[in-house]
Design a protein around this ligand. Structure first.
Ligand code: SIN
Length: 496
């Protein structure tokens, strides 16, 4: 199957001889001593390109550039800021094939999903272009007749962004859109596994006429010097991060030193509940869509599938049948549903979860082993797996698997499902399927999560506030709430 496409040719034609550089103050720059690190294709292990390995000096230069650009950008009329965002969104859609191919090459997701992600990423720029035009203040009635009170919303300042590898474009634009719309300038650090998509976006900002220093991009293999530099610097007023809860907690601690605002999109442990009265076909398809998007590597993926006893058997059979049909392979291969995992540690976690579940009495309905059909590096592909008879105390139910493994847990009563669903320190996304409209409201209100999909397995969209409660994060991205993160409130009391 892998011979049907020539991956090497696609890589050369798409990436070509592009030498990727840092974007600092509107200039493309190398790191000190020309230091670089390789970026490889998780499907094949082949090195795609190299990018600069920046350190403290380059991070400092990027903060200098962002600070210098701040007065000009924050005073640029909202309509002009919006126009830049719309232009970049249009360029992204125009170059969709190229951006998606690079994303699949460095991240592994199927090309169809990468194409979808480019459109999703562009939608955050378009949405926040509109929000830039609606940063309204207030006139508040004063307590004295000779006073007037005005409330302004102003950009918070320079923002540092640390983005993950699972959505190399969308997680960046979900931060860039509101930050730039608000009038902030930014220093971005994409994940070391997937920096190419971020640099490609940087190129589009330059092409669209972003003033020098408004968008700066730093790539580095070791995130620690970057993170220490931004947290020490008083000029950086906010850090926006998407990634693990473990790292998020460290960033909260680091933010204390200079009292920075932090916006954190962290880990999840999404329950996907199927009630007896659900539309079975819709629930099965929803579970496939939610669980196997990006090979199970999303923070909002169904992590535990809770099925009511009366429908359990039929659901397990229909779901397993569809899982067996999923096509694993290189994401560039047409028809691929499941690409590789990002790296070998990701596979180890999947193996550990499956072993723990089967040792505890879970049954493998399909999968359970590495997928060996792909040419190239062995080991990053995993056969889509369904486990039955899983219990809520197994690792696969307690930890975020971040892989193509679907554990099925049986429950009897609605209250029991809600109890199991809420019994986690996480609270990002939860899903449930039912045809009972009263239950829709009852269950949605009781689930302790920031995002609820009621008969909807793919709720993410630019217009809605994405974010979690409990240890899944702080703040919201997207929707009209998303821009608030990047604004300070100031009031002016005027004596007449
Ligand atoms: C994530 O996995 O963090 C993002 C997923 C989404 O935007 O739907």
């Amino acid at each position: 199957m892998q011979n049907l496409i020539d991956i090497e040719k696609i890589t050369t034609e798409t990436i070509g001889d592009t030498s990727y550089k840092l974007l600092i103050g509107g200039e493309w720059q190398t790191a000190a001593g020309n230091s670089t690190f390789p970026v490889d294709n998780p499907a094949t292990g082949v090195v795609l390109s190299s990018v600069p390995d920046a350190g403290v000096r380059e991070t400092q230069a990027a903060i200098d550039a962002a600070s210098a650009a701040l007065p000009g950008w924050s005073e640029t009329p909202a309509l002009a800021r919006a126009a830049l965002l719309r232009k970049v969104a249009a360029l992204m859609l125009e170059r969709r094939e190229r951006l998606a191919t690079i994303m699949t090459l460095e991240q592994g997701k199927p090309l169809s999903e990468a194409l979808g992600e480019v459109a999703y990423a562009a939608s955050f720029l378009s949405w926040f272009a509109g929000e830039a035009e609606r940063i309204y203040g207030q006139v508040v009635p004063a307590s004295a007749g000779n006073k007037r009170i005005l409330v302004l919303r102003q950009p918070i300042g320079v923002v540092a962004m640390i983005t993950p590898w699972n959505f190399p474009a969308a997680m960046l634009t979900r931060k860039l859109g509101p930050a730039l719309a608000a009038g902030c300038t930014v220093v971005c650090k994409p994940a070391e596994q997937t920096p190419l998509s971020a640099i490609e976006l940087g190129k589009l900002f330059v092409e669209a006429g972003a003033p020098a220093g408004v968008v700066n991009i730093i790539t580095c293999q070791d995130p620690v010097p970057f993170s220490e530099t931004i947290f020490k610097d008083d000029r950086v007023r906010m850090v926006s991060f998407t990634g693990s809860t473990e790292v998020g907690k460290l960033l909260i601690k680091q933010s204390a030193e200079t009292v920075k605002r932090v916006s954190l999109e962290l880990g999840g442990n999404a329950p996907f509940i199927v009630f007896d009265d659900a539309d079975l076909d819709a629930a099965v398809q929803g579970a496939i869509d939610s669980k196997f998007r990006n090979a199970g590597q999303t923070c909002v993926c169904a992590n535990r599938i809770l099925v009511q006893a009366g429908i359990y058997q039929r659901f397990a059979e229909a779901f397993t049948k569809k899982v067996i049909e999923l096509k694993v392979g290189n994401g560039l291969q047409p028809g691929t549903d499941i690409g590789p995992l990002i790296d070998l540690p990701a596979r180890t976690k999947v193996e550990r979860h499956i072993a723990n579940a089967t040792q505890g009495g879970a049954r493998v309905l399909t999968g359970g082993t590495p997928w060996t059909g792909a040419a190239g590096r062995e080991g990053t592909f995993w056969t889509p797996t369904v486990l039955a008879d899983v219990t809520p105390d197994m690792l696969v139910s307690v930890e975020e698997t971040f892989g193509p493994v679907a554990p099925l847990i049986s429950f009897t009563h609605e209250d029991e499902a809600i109890r199991i669903a809420n019994d986690t320190p996480y609270g990002l996304a939860a899903y449930f399927y039912t045809r009972d409209v009263s239950r829709v409201f009852r269950v949605a209100e009781k689930l302790e999560y920031g995002i609820i999909g009621a008969n909807d397995a793919l709720p993410s969209t630019a217009q809605a506030p994405f974010g979690g409660v409990k240890q899944s994060g702080l703040g919201r991205e997207g929707g009209s709430f998303g821009i608030d993160e990047y604004l300070e409130v100031k009031y002016i009391s005027i004596g007449l």
